[in-house]
Design a protein around this ligand. Sequence first.
Ligand code: AMP
Ligand code: GLY
Length: 423
Amino acid sequence: MKILIVGSGGREHALAWKIAQSPRVSQVYIAPGNGGTFYSKVIKNILITDINDLAKFAIDQDINITVVGPEVPLSDGIVDVFRSKNLKIFGPTKSAARLESSKDFAKEFMVRNNIPTAKYSTFTDVSMAKSYVQKEKLPIVIKADGLAAGKGVVIAQTIEEAYNTIDDMIGENENSLKKVVIEEYLVGEEASFIVMSDGKNIFPLATSQDHKRLKDGDNGPNTGGMGAYSPANLVTPDLHCKIMEEVIIPTIKGMSKEGNTFTGFLYAGIMIGTTDGSDKWVKTLEFNCRMGDPETQPIMMRMKSDFIDILDHAINGTLDKAEIIWDDRFALGVVLAAYNYPENPRTGDEIKQLPLEAENMMIFHAGTKISNGLLKTNGGRVMCVTALGDSVKKAREIAYDTIAKINFNGMQYRKDIGWRAIK
Ligand code: AMP
Ligand code: GLY
């Protein structure tokens, strides 16, 4: 089989790396890929990003399955275009991808379908948004309505900060998204819950936990994610059932009932908390219509089964027949980010020779490229060093020992990935 992966991040490198191991696969193409996939002997970078050009490539090369990594091509309708040409692709349609591309759509959908989520209101008017904030408790969460690469959420600690955020998001700013969701601040611990769906059947992948903030101790601005580990044992078997019953099943059923049948990876960001010592509650922070980055990197390292068998079931509507075996070990990935990420990452810093990868350690590239034969930074998140170990602590040790051998100017990373699990 020939497989096409769309995207250029660490998530796509991990997907391509895993899929290339399948004995059923003769060639993996990645469009556009990165410096790491360029070096790989089994993956081929294709410098195409336009959706119609990708479909033409898939036809010309007899691609059997296309897997889409990031949200932007999904919300631009890549699945609709491929399907209109009878090409097999795994992902949601443009309309179903609104679960991620519009916070307002996702919130209204959750309310209609009784899916637990934070109390909220949507605004397009600055003064109405400000008077709402005045009446609510601080901190308060303000979210831009459209796609923002994980950076469109501000947790305002003061009224001034809330006002400034509202001005930025709906005010006079030319680039502003013009619509905000303002929601209640939830206290608890987060987990990433990712499933695959063929529209009808639901196939949960391993649980994981991301680290969204830039700095140690979960401080600093929100980012796309600075590191992740899997499994996230805070999701006990009971909570797993609860998340399936209260969030995932009603979402897949609700989307289908509303004429937006959801196929693809569905990622629910879940807040888990307790009120007055009672049983744990779960609330949905967000939906993504794709796999997580960096969650995919540890998840792919733990997947022992042939991923193509599962993708095949997903595309043919037979996910109820799919089976999966996970490595019992923990996997943990630490993101190395460029200077000035997330505000305005610098590119073009040379990355010195990388340590050799091993059975229990992979370096998944993201913002890297080859320029004049040198490996250079080419984006905010540069790479994700991912390791397997018998405990979160052991996996973390291997990851940080590897990082000690990697160097580029301005490199920044968190020193505490996995701290909640280790604590
Ligand atoms: P989102 O893109 O909606 O997942 O938001 C990004 C991050 O902001 C989440 O992973 C949380 O860490 C945080 N966040 C979002 N919504 C809330 C909320 N209602 N209460 C507390 N934290 C939140
Ligand atoms: N790591 C968070 C995300 O992929 O949205």
